[in-house]
Design a protein around this ligand. Structure first.
Ligand code: IFM
Length: 424
């Protein structure tokens, strides 16, 4: 039967993951170091994660069998360049085989070149505020594209560069909630958490370090460095692999304004989105990631009273996807791909409903003439949710972390069928 909401031919239907969250044992990354600092703010170590580093072939087959046409995953800089200037051919062979497995199963790969984690050696240079970082990132990207570019049709350079600012908003709204997983900076009497981190990276306790998402603690010139890294990487990709489409990802909440909140809302949108526009407009697509909405009053974010919360403490709000697409489309004329959208919930029926409502909204945006070319659900698997550890269940597929057994949830079949029918 023809679906009532048909999507355009060639629409991309996929799921997304990130290396550190699923591969396991990413021991050369900065985040691994942060996980193991005594008194860390991280709930638990990532350990073997979903062992996707070894199980990628069966996982890719599983996703293809479910009906998806594409898979977004990330290549891990800390594995490709474990020491500064030392590039690993074995790691490249690994990712080449992953790309090959995607091809064999007709899953178009969308590759993220940096999804939060960096090699630990980068922190010794200062991390994401050091002036050398854009060039070092572009050198890593060049190496990857020289080796693998022909197999990569789409890349996202950096994931959610606006996350540090978004986190500040999320925390303001979380502060009003109860029973939420702790996210914050644990201090003790002697050393701040960042000082402990500096020591763990082999630096003086007062050295300034900027691991990627934790720049929310102290922003410095992070945004300029990250944008410059994107521009240099984009230039390298276009030179080495001109057929690869390049995008940049931002996490954006739909913004709803309460009376008196206009100025705060404008300031928020400028910080989270508009400041990136002059760079974004020259990309091949915009990688939009959305999970909820933000209601802004005269004093900043306000959590709507009585609204349902997800495990993350966000408002359960699938319609936010369409809402934010409409907001973005006012200013941005390049194609949009939804590279992440999803919900952390233990109740898979809530996930099915979330997907259905989010996709209906997206379909309406396409009907309105907005060029939206794909939808990736976050995430393929229940995986490692950074400081929150494994408690957040975003996945379409559950993973038993002792046996690594995969269990397909109903939502996976639901979205897989939509992918097959190209509509719902
Ligand atoms: O797990 C993260 C992902 O790494 C980046 N975007 C948001 C997801 C859910 O919080």
């Amino acid at each position: 039967m023809k679906p009532t909401c048909s999507f355009p031919d060639g629409f991309l239907w996929g799921t997304a993951t990130a290396a550190h969250q699923v591969e396991g044992n990413n021991v050369n990354s900065d985040f691994w170091v942060l996980e193991h600092i005594p008194g860390t703010i991280v709930a638990e170590p990532s350990g073997d994660a979903c062992d996707h580093f070894h199980r990628y072939r069966e996982d890719i087959k599983l996703l293809a069998d479910l009906g998806f046409s594409t898979y977004r995953f990330s290549i891990e800089w800390a594995r490709v360049e474990p020491e500064q200037g030392l590039f690993s051919a074995a790691t490249i062979a690994h990712y080449r085989d992953m790309l090959q497995a995607c091809e064999e199963h007709e899953l178009m790969p969308m590759v993220t070149l940096h999804h939060f984690t960096s090699p630990r050696w980068l922190m010794r240079l200062g991390g994401w505020t050091a002036k050398e970082t854009p060039e070092l990132f572009a050198r890593y990207v060049s190496y990857v594209m020289e080796q693998l570019g022909e197999q990569i049709p789409y890349v996202c350079t950096l994931n959610e560069v606006n996350l540090p600012d978004l986190l500040a908003h999320i925390m303001a709204s979380r502060a009003q909630a109860e029973n939420l997983a702790p996210v914050g900076i644990k201090e003790d009497n002697d050393l701040s958490w960042l000082q402990k981190a500096a020591l763990a990276f082999g630096l003086d306790k007062d050295a300034v370090i900027h691991p990627f998402p934790y720049t929310y603690v102290e922003r410095g010139n992070f945004v300029e460095v990250a944008l410059e890294a994107h521009r240099q990487a984009r230039a390298a990709i276009r030179r080495i692999s001109p057929d690869t489409k390049v995008g940049f990802s931002l996490a954006l909440h739909e913004i709803d304004i309460l009376p008196g909140g206009e100025a705060k809302a404008e300031e928020t949108w400028q910080t989270l989105f508009k400041q990136y526009l002059p760079t974004l407009k020259d990309d091949d697509f915009f990688a939009l990631q959305n999970y909820t909405r933000e209601v802004i009053g005269p004093d900043g974010p306000v959590f709507p009273e009585g609204a349902e919360r997800t495990q993350m403490g966000y408002e359960y709000r699938p319609e936010a996807l369409a809402g934010v697409v409409l907001q973005v489309a006012k200013d941005l004329k390049i194609p949009i791909i939804i590279t992440e959208n999803g919900v952390a919930t233990p109740d898979d029926q809530r996930r099915v409903e979330f997907i259905e409502r989010a996709l209906k909204g997206l379909h309406a945006c396409i009907q309105d003439g907005i060029d939206i070319q794909g939808y990736y659900y976050w995430s393929a698997f229940d995986n490692y949710e950074w400081v929150m550890g494994y408690r957040m269940t975003f996945g379409l597929i559950a993973v038993d972390r002792t046996t690594q057994k995969r269990t397909i949830k109903e939502s996976a079949h639901y979205l897989g069928k939509i992918a097959q029918a190209n509509g719902l």
